[in-house]
Design a protein around this ligand. Structure first.
Ligand SMILES: [Zn+2]
Length: 128
């Protein structure tokens, strides 16, 4: 499992704080950061993210509701909006990361609780 996949999933499962994940993200160069944003978008698609997840994720993200990634995440259709968030310019990357990762945490937690129930074979749900 690559580092980004591990860190994203540890944060989603509460094994790592959002601020710790942000510290790691900040240490990457711009190209790597862009790849990570696109990676989270893929995970959000896989987990069938909803607009409600976006609203709840934003509330946990620490990003002000007036910031561009925040404005986008609460709009529908959500799959189109998360693609736009991953395509924002580099000065938005940090806020985009917070919003997307927080939203993934909400969506993935719902999946773990309802579908996986501690008995799945997803490698990323069996980290420890
Ligand atoms: Zn699972």
């Amino acid at each position: 499992m690559k580092t980004s996949e591990r860190i994203i999933n540890e944060a989603a499962q509460g094994m790592r704080s959002l601020d710790e994940a942000v510290d790691w993200f900040s240490s990457l160069d711009e190209g790597e950061q862009n790849s990570v944003l696109r990676e989270i978008v893929l995970y959000l698609i896989q987990v069938h993210v909803t607009a409600e997840d976006g609203r709840e994720g934003l509330a946990r993200s620490g990003v002000k509701a007036t910031m561009t990634p925040a404005v986008l995440i609460v709009r529908e259709p959500i799959l189109e909006q998360i693609g736009k968030i991953a395509g924002l310019p580099p000065n938005e990357y940090l806020k985009a990361f917070r919003v997307l990762l927080s939203t993934f945490a909400v969506a993935d937690t719902r999946r773990r609780d309802t579908e996986c129930q501690g008995a799945c074979s997803h490698a990323w749900h069996n980290l420890s």
